[in-house]
Design a protein around this ligand. Structure first.
Ligand code: ZDP
Length: 280
């Protein structure tokens, strides 16, 4: 079967976009998606994203498979790419908002022009049950609690942006051996659905540096939901302001956790790279 795809990236977090508007289930299996994401034997990407028909009164539905074939609830950089991909398919050049159904509920990306997209990411969740984690009792939050990983005690704050995040503040992100430590967080027994992990250095209260180890995708150049989780965790632990720039290996995101409505807003770029045909 020949599958047309378009490759996009948001700050180097790269995705294979599939026009899946004609049917309600992804046209590829998780295993096929995993093969497409392989950087040597496939196209190469951190995930595959499907633009499906809307449900629950939305314009579209987004589904995503990570590069290991697992399915996350949400994807912040990916939904910016999805907004541009849809606009391109619809032939839309204006500034426009889309209502997108995801496994994490309604998410609303807004085209700002010049390839920038602002996303209403919804309200973060904090209870241990919502992450999920067993680090505290189900109704309690996890803020600056110690977690033993690789023979060291880390103070972690857990945030759900629809998907699970474990945030830890460090002196120097460059000193972190991500490839060794990342998988130990991801698969830690206290995270039954595994977790994304963010290592954050506070440069100034409105400027954070971040390195991320993503569940199902490993070290990526950027993670939108992770940058949102980092700012939320930073506010909860008095490490940063509600408006902050997050510097990732692939570039910067602007995050605002609004006091008015409790939602998180993320602004950043997305870019089309190329279109091709993949044979599965
Ligand atoms: O939760 C997960 O399993 C993540 N790997 C999903 C992807 C998150 C992403 N990097 C983002 O930008 O939010 C795409």
């Amino acid at each position: 079967m020949a599958i047309e795809f378009t490759k996009y990236h948001g700050l180097g977090n790269d995705f294979i976009m599939i026009d899946n508007r004609h049917t309600n289930e992804p046209i590829l299996t998780p295993e096929q998606a995993r093969k497409m994401c392989d950087r040597h034997f496939g196209i190469g990407a951190d995930g595959v994203i499907f633009a499906l028909p809307g449900q629950d009164n939305t314009d579209y539905t987004m589904r995503i498979f990570n590069s290991d074939g697992s399915e996350p609830e949400m994807c912040g950089n990916g939904i910016r790419c999805l907004a541009l991909f849809i606009a391109e398919k619809e032939g839309i050049k204006d500034l426009k908002s889309y209502r997108i159904h995801t496994l994490a509920g309604l998410i609303t990306p807004k085209l700002e022009g010049d390839g920038l997209v602002t996303v209403d990411m919804g309200k973060p969740q904090f209870t241990a049950a919502s992450i999920p984690t067993t680090l505290s009792s189900p109704d309690e939050k996890v803020i600056n609690l110690p977690l033993e990983v690789a023979g060291k005690s880390w103070l972690v704050t857990c945030v759900s942006m629809g998907n699970p995040h474990c945030v830890t503040f460090v002196e120097n992100t460059q000193a972190i051996d991500l490839e060794t430590i990342g998988p130990k967080f991801e698969h830690h027994v206290v995270f039954p659905q595994r977790t994304n992990t963010e290592f954050i250095e506070v440069v100034k209260p409105d400027y954070l540096k971040m390195r991320v180890w993503e569940r199902g995708a490993g070290a990526t150049l950027a993670c939108g939901t992770g940058a949102c989780a980092a700012v939320v965790a930073g506010v909860l632990t008095n490490n940063c302001d509600r408006f902050a720039t997050v510097e990732l290996p692939g570039g910067n995101l602007k995050i605002h956790w609004s006091e008015m409505d409790g939602k998180v807003y993320m602004t950043g770029p997305a870019e089309r790279v190329f279109t091709g045909i993949f044979h599965v």
